[in-house]
Unconditional design. Sequence first.
Length: 232
Amino acid sequence: MLVAAAVCPCPPLLVPEVASGAAPELDELRAACDTALGALLAAGPEVVAVVGPGPEHERYEQGGTGSLRPFGVALETRLGSGSEPLPPSLTVGGWLLERAGWTGRVRALAVPDYLEPALCAENGRQLALAPERIGLLVLGEGSARRTVKAPGYLDERAEGFDAGVGRALATADAEGLLADLDDELAFELMASGRAPWQVLTGAAGTVEAGFGAELLHESAPYGVGYFVAAWS
């Protein structure tokens, strides 16, 4: 049973040791993530399911371990009790949960950007229909083409795409815009959050009473759309 969800971005720069001298630039973003994780854990989940982008469609039933060594920092995170290596997004998710003080059970799911929306939603339904109280941590970013200095350079469609995502996250519009996000457009705009957000749509659809939502943060400091939201 899904009881709450937190939506956060997962750039390695979110970890201060990786950001180094640029760390203060993301202080506000980190604080918003802390608030979202606090709301998630306040709902009393028995299991936290972490969903993020990855190169392959892979489940980590017991969690796993992640390393930030590829980003120049000798820092490792553990997500649950598993030992399988985690992709970067879930590694950052493990860091967020450790920062929030979660020591309970964890499941994790990596979803690639080619995964069809219907399959993403079905993954979410499967997570949410577990017998335990499930808290969902959903990781990913909006378009990486917001400015000429963005990783994907400027695309004029990026700002409108991200604005729609922000509205949907602010209103818990799981069965509307988030569910209908164009996966091809999201791929062209390098929006890594599309597949994880559509996992969220499937999970949220199992809750008859619906969700209250708060968009805690929205920005694009490096030409990449960052969103933080709490659904409860």
